[in-house]
Ligand binder design. Structure first.
Ligand code: NAD
Length: 354
């Protein structure tokens, strides 16, 4: 029997709607496999700004430090998106990742056989699509020095990487490739950016120690195209913070919807933050129609990476597959004309398969 303390950060918009279902999925897994999972909830994002004035209150960090893993919904929304505001929900995301040293963000993307018929890409292109993005999460342009003059008409951001930052995330990617199909695509913009020439040099040096992994270097603009023209060729993809952020959203089209994709943010130990790759979706928040699958699959990653419960992770993932095979569809993945399920109906369809 495993025991675990899980901190839940529902956040804003559809965050609370999907975290409720992911926590329930974990409760049901615990019940079925005889584990003892304890849940606590804390503030993060816009809701935290409203209550405490800060997107990531010290109390939330303290509780996170006492937990084995964090399950996080999404933060942000129009209420807090004034570009002149000094405090923004998204600052909390960057702070929490940095606080826990979570430098590698794993984003698995696969094409679901049950969904390919209605995907925007031809079904033959989607056959066998199964890739893992490894995104560098605590460096690069999102963390570099920036200047945003209050009344000025210019601003800058800085893309900075050290060889050590590139090496530790690329190591994660190489090891992941060894456990998969043995292929790694490294994405950069080495033809223009100095930081990306360092990226490529570092990956090339590291590759010498991984003779069993086939490495391909792609410029980010070409990669954006290759992801749609030959998606099944990709196995593990490693990229810096911003490029992987953008490319993995693009790749969500291959999975049918942004609402389908989970992620795990990891550092050197087993602690991690698990969240869907989508945002707070203010356009559908409060309607009870959000797709909970990205969040529920993030809970499966929590079982796998933080709790080392592989059979339990697979049981949850298989329940999702069977629910989809059985025709369960929320609005974002339903074919035109089909009556879509609400969030809790989709979650129930998954729990029924567990
Ligand atoms: P978004 O991911 O919230 O939404 C993009 C589109 O996808 C919307 O049409 C939305 O309805 C749809 N969508 C997203 N998740 C869905 C789901 N589970 N089910 C069904 N449809 C879903 O991106 P956005 O609109 O660019 O951003 C909205 C807010 O979220 C912004 O404030 C942004 O900063 C924030 N954001 C937060 C995170 C995070 O918390 N990690 C990530 C991205 C964006």
């Amino acid at each position: 029997m495993a025991t675990a303390k899980i901190l839940v950060l529902p956040g804003d918009g559809i965050g609370p709607e999907v975290t409720t279902q992911a926590s329930e999925a974990l409760r049901r897994v615990a019940q079925r496999f005889g584990h003892d999972f304890r849940f606590e909830e804390a503030l993060m994002g816009g809701v935290a700004i409203d209550r405490t004035g800060e997107p990531l209150p010290a109390d939330t960090l303290r509780r996170g430090e006492q937990a084995d893993a964090i399950l996080m919904g999404a933060v942000g929304g129009p209420k807090w998106s004034d570009p002149n505001a000094s405090v923004r929900p998204e600052q909390g995301l960057l702070q929490i990742r940095q606080h826990f040293g979570l430098f590698a963000n794993l984003r698995p993307v696969k094409a679901w056989p049950a969904l390919v018929q209605h995907a925007p890409l031809r079904p033959d292109l989607l056959e066998g699509v199964d890739m893992l993005f490894v995104r560098e999460l605590t460096g690069g342009i999102y963390f570099g020095e920036r200047q945003e003059a209050g009344s000025g008409d210019s601003a800058y951001d800085t893309m900075f990487y050290s060889a050590d930052e590139v090496k530790r995330v690329t190591d994660v990617a190489f090891r992941a490739a060894q456990g998969r199909r043995g292929k790694l695509a490294s994405i950069d913009k080495a033809n223009v950016l100095a930081s990306m020439r360092l990226w490529r040099r570092t990956v090339m040096t590291l590759a010498e120690g991984y003779g069993d992994v086939e490495v391909e270097h792609l410029l980010v603009d070409a990669a954006a195209m290759h992801l749609l023209t030959r998606p099944a060729d990709f196995d593990v993809i490693v990229a810096g913070n911003m490029f992987a952020d953008i490319l993995s959203d693009e790749a969500s089209v291959l999975a049918g919807s942004l609402g389908m994709l989970p992620s795990a943010s990891l550092g050197t130990g087993t602690f991690g933050i698990y969240e869907p790759i989508h945002g707070s979706a203010p356009d559908i928040a409060g309607k009870g129609i959000a797709n909970p699958i990205g969040m529920i699959l993030s809970a499966a990653l929590l079982l796998r990476y933080s709790l080392q419960l592989e059979a339990e992770a697979q049981a949850l993932e298989e329940a999702v597959t069977r629910a989809l095979d059985g025709g369960a569809r929320t609005a974002d993945i339903a074919p035109p004309g089909m009556a879509a399920m609400r969030t809790e109906e989709m979650a129930q369809a998954i729990f029924d398969q567990l």
